[in-house]
Design a protein around this ligand. Structure first.
Ligand code: PMP
Length: 442
């Protein structure tokens, strides 16, 4: 055992602190007692003690790293290859303004009042039609408009997960999903990173742990850009149907393909009603719209609606009205064609620059879609150390460990190519090269 010597003053100060915060009660003639419960009566502090009133929560180990990255974003010429977002220079703000001007006169003022929790009726129908063209046949009653797909992740987990329940994820995967599951007390089981989908491991988990939910991003997964093939999708649906496993299919990136169109979604293959399909307009348009949607079995949708009512009554109808016009007037289809070309080019520039300057030091697959290049460092350089060095040089990325529920591969990181133009991407990769070079020397 370790023994530390503490001075008398330190001990007295500690007691004073506890007394001020209401954790110490002094009983005359008996002594001073420390309790683990806050006592309002014995506190001498007049300010409300928020930390004691808050219920316990589970903090993600990556929370502090992510906030460091956010702070670093304020650096003037910082190149952020971290945030997974579209390029703000291409937000179609002018078209949204024009639609607002052109259609305001036709608007029924009641559309700016409260609307049904499911969302703005015309948009739900438009989305149903859009989905039909992608092979997802659903009734408008099976569609809920969400305030971003993050809300869908939370609501789905909230209505399904009790503390201690198991959730299966593919490792690595989207940090925001892992955090939601863990914050609700789920035990997260990770499927290992492999070229193919590890169906036999999933089956083993199903037999042993009876998980409630599988969370997956089958198309251009965040962070590693991988795609599940059609055969694997079909087998996964069969297996899930056999074990009555719900699948949460998160699909923000399938519209951003740079080669062939990707395989049909799990939802389009869903013959047992178990797939909960989530998508968003954050990546294909602009995250500030805060609009996404869910398609699922009516029994689940009914509970989601109840839960969503507690959170925000319904999503913003002005955004929904404008988005509906944007899609109906054909702007979304055009925007997607344009942005696919732009992001394809940026991907090529990033991949070429990595091949040119860092080929022997990094390994990566060329992503066929989405926003990310997932890099493995071939040398003994920790991505966290590399990030510290890179931040000094004004470039950022996300260390791989952010995408694992438990300790994962150590030598990985994610680069995002959507946010900046080609020139800045080249400068960013050159700064990264310098940072790696410096650590190799050091
Ligand atoms: N899922 C995935 C895989 C994501 O990458 C993101 C955005 N980073 C989200 C969900 C959440 O997006 P939003 O809430 O903006 O729709």
């Amino acid at each position: 055992a370790l023994l530390f010597e503490v001075s008398r003053t330190t001990a007295i100060n500690a007691y004073r602190h506890l007394e001020k915060d209401g954790y110490v009660s002094i009983k005359n003639g008996s002594g001073t007692y420390v309790s683990d419960r806050y006592s309002f009566e014995s506190s001498t502090n007049t300010e409300i003690p928020w930390p004691q009133l808050l219920k316990p929560y589970i903090q993600s180990s990556m929370a502090s790293l992510m906030s460091e990255l956010m702070v670093s974003n304020v650096l003037e010429d910082k190149i952020s290859l971290d945030a997974g977002m579209p390029d703000p220079d291409y937000y179609p703000v002018d078209i949204f303004s024009k639609l607002h001007r052109d259609y305001s006169a036709e608007l029924d003022p009641r559309d700016f009042g409260h609307i049904p929790i499911h969302g703005y009726e015309p948009l739900r129908h438009t989305i149903t039609q859009m989905l039909a063209s992608e092979g997802i046949r659903c009734h408008a009653d099976e569609v809920v408009i969400l305030s971003g797909s993050q809300q869908g992740l939370y609501l789905t987990a909230r209505v399904l997960i009790e503390p201690g329940d198991y959730v299966v994820i593919q490792a690595p995967t989207y940090l925001g999903a892992i955090q939601v599951f863990q914050s609700l007390g789920a035990r997260v089981l990770s499927l290992p990173q492999r070229e193919d989908f590890p169906l036999e491991i999933l089956e083993d988990y199903l037999a042993r742990y009876r998980p409630k939910l599988l969370y997956c991003i089958p198309t251009f997964r965040n962070p590693d850009g991988t795609v599940m093939n059609t055969g694997e999708r079909k087998k996964l649906i069969q297996l899930a149907a056999r074990y009555r496993l719900a699948i949460l299919e998160d699909d923000p990136y399938s519209n951003y393909y740079y080669e062939d169109t990707p395989p049909a979604s799990l939802k389009s293959l869903d013959d047992y009603g178990g797939v909960v399909y989530l998508s968003t307009f954050s990546k294909i348009l602009m995250p500030g719209l805060r609009l996404g949607y869910m398609v699922a079995h009516p029994s689940l949708i009914n509970r989601i609606i109840l839960e969503k009512q507690y959170v925000d009554l319904h999503s913003n109808n002005i955004s929904q009205w404008l988005l509906d016009l944007f899609i109906k007037d054909g702007y979304l289809a055009n925007h997607l064609i344009k942005m696919r070309g732009i992001y394809r080019n940026r991907r090529n520039v990033m991949v070429d620059a990595l091949n040119l300057g860092l080929k022997s030091k990094l390994s990566f697959q060329i992503p066929q879609g989405g926003f990310y290049v997932w890099c493995k460092i071939n040398e003994n350089i920790s991505p966290k150390k590399l990030l510290q060095e890179a931040l000094k040089m004004g470039v950022s990325f996300v260390p791989g460990e952010a995408f694992y529920a438990a300790a994962g591969e150590e030598y990985e990181f994610r680069l995002c190519f959507s946010r900046h133009n080609e020139k800045i991407i080249l400068e960013g990769i050159s700064r990264l090269e310098k940072a790696i070079g410096k650590l190799r020397k050091g």
